[in-house]
Each structure stands twice: as structure tokens, then as C-alpha cells.
Design a protein around this ligand. Sequence first.
Ligand code: SF4
Length: 63
Amino acid sequence: MAKEPAVDQEKCIGCGLCTSICPNVFELGADGKAHVKNPGGDAEQKIQEAIDGCPVKAISWKK
Ligand code: SF4
């Protein structure tokens, strides 16, 4: 099964980076935090880019 990302809402500052790199995976919710809307929406490589780019390291792969 493909790996799935998860966002730690406690850490997320809603900067919008992950939603701009992977618009099909992440979306900003009404709470101003990123949420996973479709874990398989973009390539794993792009998701890894979002994980590496998140300024507060709020995104990780689910085990
Ligand atoms: S890149 Fe990180 S801090 Fe920015 S919206 Fe995504 S999860 Fe939140």
C-alpha cells in the first residue's frame, strides 16, 4: 500500500506551502490548518518535498 502523509495540527502554522506543492493531497481547513484530503492525490516525491519543506515539520508519513 502507498505511504500516507499525516499533518500534526498542533504544529501546523497554516503557511500554505504543502497545499501549494501538493494541492491534491493537502488543503487548508476553516481552522487555518492543513488537512489531508486525499493521501494519494499527488506523487510520493512531491509529498516528500512538502514534508521536507514544512517550516515546522508538521507533516510525517504514517507508519
Ligand atoms: S507546510 Fe507545514 S505549516 Fe505549512 S500549511 Fe503545510 S503542514 Fe502547515
